[in-house]
Design a protein around this ligand. Structure first.
Ligand SMILES: [Zn+2]
Length: 312
């Protein structure tokens, strides 16, 4: 699903006027200032020039029949995204791995792919890799579990030694599975299933009418609905605040963290490790809130991210 708006709302109806969270942003600003920042990462699809490593074929084509056999070498064509396309569909159509399309186009967020975007479509599955100082082909190939000979051949190398910083094409290599999930936006499970009562972004405080930035999703659920950890991590804080009520802060790997607010009860302790699906507590209506709901915020390296872009 590429269209952000559509994917975020698929299967979820918006019901306004109940279970909104009022003071969460103020609380987070006050006590977790380092975590508050700008919005989600934006995809930067591009068609970069890569030092002549690739042989550019002229013309725009969305016709998979133009794909040629791998033994004819590495070349690429360009595909113009149309409405309704997903990266997976495009990859399937060209018989490539999703990793390939993601890597060649430096895609950071697969869900914000826009119609009209030009994608570089190579003729062989693989990923681009920037060689580090002193790295040799054998070591890179071994780490990726691919053939060193194929790497040498695909990149026209004369020896195993590579200049530092050179971008190599690694045939058949895959992105780390976590990286792919991150880009696909498939990182977090829903901590509780319910109606979205307030989306991420600017809106009006339902009581004062003041403009405010709501840095999470409000999920309308009955009190005593189990709240489950949406990703592995550990409990970095729990407590009570006038805005968020009973809250839990989870820290995950790769710079991700998340907050759960207005809880009825908290079932975990600070420092505790949690796995996806661990019950964190039960939802409630504590703190500054108009009705029972769960406030759910997600941060990447301290910047707030629209949870709808990372939920699956
Ligand atoms: Zn909220």
């Amino acid at each position: 699903m590429i269209d952000k708006e559509r994917s975020g709302r698929d299967g979820l109806l918006v019901r306004a006027g109940s279970g909104r969270c009022l003071g969460a942003t103020a609380f987070v600003l006050a006590t977790l200032a380092c975590l508050v920042g700008s919005a989600a990462q934006v995809a930067r699809p591009s068609v970069p020039a890569r030092g002549g490593m690739l042989e550019d074929l002229p013309g725009l084509s969305a016709d998979p029949s133009e794909s040629q056999a791998a033994d004819r070498g590495l070349y690429y064509s360009v595909y113009r995204v149309v409405r309704g396309d997903t990266l997976s569909d495009i990859a399937d159509r060209y018989d490539l791995t999703l990793d390939t399309i993601v890597s060649f186009n430096d895609i950071q967020n697969a869900r914000s792919l826009r119609p009209g975007t030009l994608l570089k479509v190579p003729s062989i599955s693989g990923i681009l890799y920037a060689a580090k100082e002193g790295e040799e082909v054998g070591a890179i190939a071994a780490k990726q579990e691919i053939s060193a000979d194929r790497v040498i051949e695909a990149n026209g190398l004369m020896s195993e030694r590579i200049e530092s910083g050179r971008t190599l094409f690694l045939p058949d290599a895959r992105l780390a599975s976590f990286k792919l999930r991150e880009i696909s936006g498939d990182l977090f499970r829903w901590p509780a299933r319910g109606w979205i009562t307030t989306w991420y972004g600017w809106d009006k405080d339902p009581f004062t009418g003041a403009r405010r930035f709501h840095n999470g999703l409000d999920i309308g659920v009955d009190t005593w609905t189990p709240v489950l950890a949406p990703m592995d991590g550990y409990v970095s804080d729990t407590g009570y605040a006038s805005g968020l009520g009973n809250y839990i802060l989870l820290t995950h790997h790769a710079g991700w963290s998340s907050i759960y607010g207005h809880l009825q009860t908290i079932s975990v302790k600070r420092g505790q490790r949690v796995s996806t699906g661990t019950r964190l507590g039960y939802s409630g209506n504590t703190g500054y809130s108009t009705g029972p709901h769960l406030h759910f915020s997600v941060f990447k390296n301290g910047r707030s991210v629209n949870p709808a872009n990372v939920l699956h």
